[in-house]
Write a protein that binds this ligand. Structure first.
Ligand SMILES: O=C(O)CCC(=O)C(=O)O
Ligand SMILES: [Fe+2]
Length: 316
């Protein structure tokens, strides 16, 4: 199992992000993330942010599963949420005293606003600094995240480059390179393999071929998650406070302007899929079922060959 690369050098970090031939994940140590590391106790955050209502995921399970939805969405005042996350059992709860919480900030209007700590949590925004890995016009969003101890988020990829800043608590990291998409049983941007540490190989035999990149993110560390790299992140024995910043590494015009989660497909791909769906629909309307079935399988062969040729091309 390879480990995620680690460095203490901001210059090296910038080089890895900006050199198109590098762009692998790394943990950056010793970058000064600002006063948050000392200041952001649960009492401080509760008093600064107060009772602003926030939407959260609540689950009895320590592995949140987006595909099978083993959690519910609830709303709590922020000051209650942070205190509940800081404890492992609670007198007040939704499903059980030891339920797990995961908060991923959205905007004030959850359908239209892009998460931005300066806009939505201005009273604490100046406490945190993020490493200058990209130029300011590429910035997209800054997402405040808080979760209970021992809580795992599903394996997924994001479409944007990302730096995850760990303010409080420790996280276990598992990452997979984009080409492992063939082994991860993907549904949209998420993997069906929920227990990634001990996968059910009878149901998901191909996971054996995936290369696990592992690491630990400590308070004060920053993790670079390049676009398309799959990540499975779990808080360890204390509750976790993080902030992640998404930015657009490619031409800004390739990205959906209203991508609230940083995971909408790039426009050139959604266009391709749209045209394909339209063509397949036409095919289906024109020909009898035996022919449609035959031709969509021909299409699969066409794609398989295309992939083989493309892999050869990028190897050289
Ligand atoms: O740390 C986590 O809980 C998940 C972070 C994540 O998925 C991200 O920053 O894109
Ligand atoms: Fe993510």
């Amino acid at each position: 199992m390879p480990t995620i690369y680690e460095t203490d050098s901001l210059d090296e970090a910038i080089d890895i992000v900006q050199d198109e031939n590098k762009r692998y994940p790394f943990i950056l140590h010793k970058f000064d993330i600002g006063a948050c590391q000392e200041k952001w106790t649960s009492d401080y955050l509760a008093s600064k942010i107060g009772s602003k209502p926030v939407r959260i995921h609540v689950s009895q399970d320590d592995m949140m599963d987006f595909v099978r939805k083993n959690f519910t969405y609830e709303t709590l005042p922020f000051n209650k949420l942070i205190h509940r996350c800081a404890r492992t059992t609670n007198d007040e709860y939704f499903v059980s005293p030891d339920e797990h919480y995961y908060f991923r900030a959205l905007g004030d209007n959850q359908r239209t606003d892009i998460a931005n700590i300066e806009k939505h949590f201005p009273s604490i925004a100046n406490d945190i600094k993020y490493p200058p890995l990209f130029s300011p016009e590429k910035f997209f969003s800054s997402v405040f995240r808080i979760g209970s101890a021992n809580t795992q988020l599903w394996t997924h990829y994001d479409i944007m480059d990302n730096v995850l800043i760990q303010v409080h608590g420790t996280k276990r990291l598992i990452m997979f390179k984009p080409s492992d998409i063939d082994y991860l049983y993907i549904d949209g941007d998420k993997s069906l393999v929920n227990n990634i540490e001990q996968p059910d190989f009878d149901t998901y035999p191909l996971v054996r071929h995936a290369t696990y990149y592992t690491g630990t993110l400590q308070s004060g560390d920053c993790l670079f998650i390049p676009a398309l790299w799959f990540h499975n992140i779990k808080s360890l024995d204390t509750y976790s406070i993080s902030l992640n910043v998404f930015w657009r590494h490619l031409n800004i015009g390739f990205y959906e302007p209203q991508d609230l989660y940083g995971n909408k497909d790039l426009i050139p791909f959604s266009r391709t899929i749209g045209q394909l769906a339209k063509s397949l629909n036409e095919l289906d309307k024109q020909l009898p079922p035996v022919y449609v079935d035959f031709y969509i399988k021909r299409l699969r062969c066409y794609l398989d060959n295309y992939i083989k040729e493309y892999e050869k091309k990028i190897e050289n």
